[in-house]
Design a protein around this ligand. Structure first.
Ligand code: GDP
Length: 459
């Protein structure tokens, strides 16, 4: 493999910039462009050493920058190859100039993600761990970062390997029963045991697949829809949550006609807030679009916040919305308590929903903290799963797990129908392959290229 070089730090001016190199020729190349204050033979420099000196222009011999260079010797490096990292001053031009010297001295420009790809190809990490690296870099919340780090540390890989081992044992069992057909009861015993193990494997996979939903929430936020009839205070609530005047508040009905989406983190729980045009009996065509959209949004929402004007009697529109909450995770807010309490919580239509009720004032922000606590309480399971790790946060992994479940179900059908037992080795091998694609034991070059193309340069 060639020796690659790239700027690893973000392309902007900063305190330091890092140019890294990896490959067999790494130290030879470095030797041509780095003039250490205290020169030593490479054999005498141990890994994880930092040396101070100057980067020189390869053509003119001129000093270009004062740098610190870290040495990493194979196999104890990020890529497992010989590596170095040049810590230069963090200017975009000087970083580019140093990179240029590396290339002139024989390095090749690294492709996006190529360092991590080498770590994978050289067997230091598996594919799901490599994907954890990019997810960690792209994390939008601390919780997502934590889940990505756990993936990077190999927690998902470990779970997958456990299940793969169970699958391999089954395949071995089947082969044994084919090898010893003279013992009549072997097949019967095997088949009984297989039934049990297959149920266990399927349950483990389903649990992993389900954890994707929590993973999605971590990544994209709890899709939260604020509904309520016009003037109930939806925009005001959105503003109170966002802490700034981003949605236009007005007391003319139906001004928030367009959908506004905002991403906020409340005590570490990410919310994707979707404000709607307000649900009402359609008066004109434009409003009707708003209503349809809101209904669709409620269907897609992870959490519905129904805000009701507590200073007025319940209107038909309020009742209509309340009736849509039955199947949803929802919170009812009785708004405008700064103007007095009209005890709408005693109304049958509200009581019937059995949803939590919180009295708030979007204007004075009274009760907003209580709303946050309720949301945290309702999504507590997620938090627990994050603490335990083994979260699936990646769509590709989720799809592979799903395909593995389908193959297991096929195997179960074969067993149910009491067909010859060796027939289940086909779906069993299939499910094994689907899981192997997660950790990368068996995955096509195209998929690998696609995964690493999403990385940034220098990673
Ligand atoms: P939307 O149509 O549901 O988005 O409602 P808005 O947020 O635009 O609010 C409608 C009107 O009610 C505005 O005049 C707000 O100032 C007022 N309003 C909203 N929340 C409160 C509140 O908690 N207390 C009081 N007194 N007025 C509020």
């Amino acid at each position: 493999m060639s020796t690659i070089a790239a700027i690893a730090t973000a392309p902007s001016n900063g305190g330091i910039g890092i140019i890294r190199m990896s490959g067999k020729e790494c130290f030879k190349i470095l030797n041509q462009i780095f003039r250490p204050l205290n020169p030593q033979k490479i054999e005498d420099i141990s890994g994880y050493t930092i040396k101070y000196g100057y980067i020189v222009n390869i053509k003119t011999g001129e000093n270009m920058d004062e740098v610190l260079v870290s040495y990493f010797k194979s196999p104890k490096s990020y890529t497992t190859e010989d590596m170095c990292e040049i810590n230069s001053h963090g200017g975009m031009v000087i970083e580019q100039e140093i990179l240029k010297q590396c290339l002139l001295a024989g390095a090749e420009l690294a492709e996006p993600g190529e360092f991590t790809k080498r770590a994978f190809l050289n067997g230091r990490i598996d594919l799901s761990q490599a994907e954890g690296v990019i997810d960690l870099i792209n994390s939008k919340t601390a919780k997502e970062a934590k889940a990505s780090f756990q993936q990077l540390e190999g927690e998902l890989s470990q779970k997958i390997q456990e299940i793969r081992k169970m699958q391999l044992d089954i395949i071995a069992d089947i082969e044994a029963s084919i090898d010893y057909p003279e013992y009549d009861d072997v097949e019967e015993v095997t088949s009984q045991r297989l039934k049990k193990v297959l149920i266990e494997i399927r349950e483990k996979l389903i649990r992993l697949e389900e954890s994707y939903n929590n993973g999605r929430i971590l990544k994209e936020g709890i899709r939260t829809v604020i509904v309520g009839k016009p003037n109930a205070g939806k925009s005001s609530l959105l503003n109170a949550i966002l802490g700034e005047e981003r949605a236009i508040v007005s007391n003319i009905e139906g001004t928030t006609r367009d959908t506004i989406e905002e991403f906020v983190t409340i005590h570490g729980i990410p919310l994707k807030l979707i404000d709607t045009a307000g649900i009402r009996n359609a008066k004109d065509e434009v409003e009707e679009i708003g209503v349809q959209k809101a209904l669709k949004l409620i269907k897609k929402a992870d959490l519905v916040i129904d805000i009701i004007d507590n200073t007025k009697e319940l209107k038909n529109e309020d009742k209509e919305i309340l009736s849509m909450l039955t199947e949803k995770v929802a919170i009812i807010l009785l708004n405008k308590i700064d103007e007095g309490d009209f005890h709408l919580e005693d109304k049958e239509e509200i009581k019937e929903t059995k949803k939590p009720i919180i009295k708030i004032s979007a204007k004075t922000k009274e009760g907003i903290e209580e709303l946050y606590q309720k949301i945290i309480e309702m999504f507590q399971i997620n938090q627990m799963e994050i603490e335990q790790g083994n979260l699936v946060t990646n769509m590709r992994h989720k799809n592979q797990i799903h395909k593995a479940v389908e193959a297991i179900e096929e195997a179960q059908i074969v067993l149910e129908q009491e067909l010859p037992i060796d027939l289940i080795s086909v779906p069993m091998k299939q499910s094994l392959e689907e899981l192997s694609a997660i950790t990368g034991e068996k995955v096509s070059e195209d998929i690998i290229s696609e995964i690493f193309s999403k990385f940034c340069l220098g990673k």
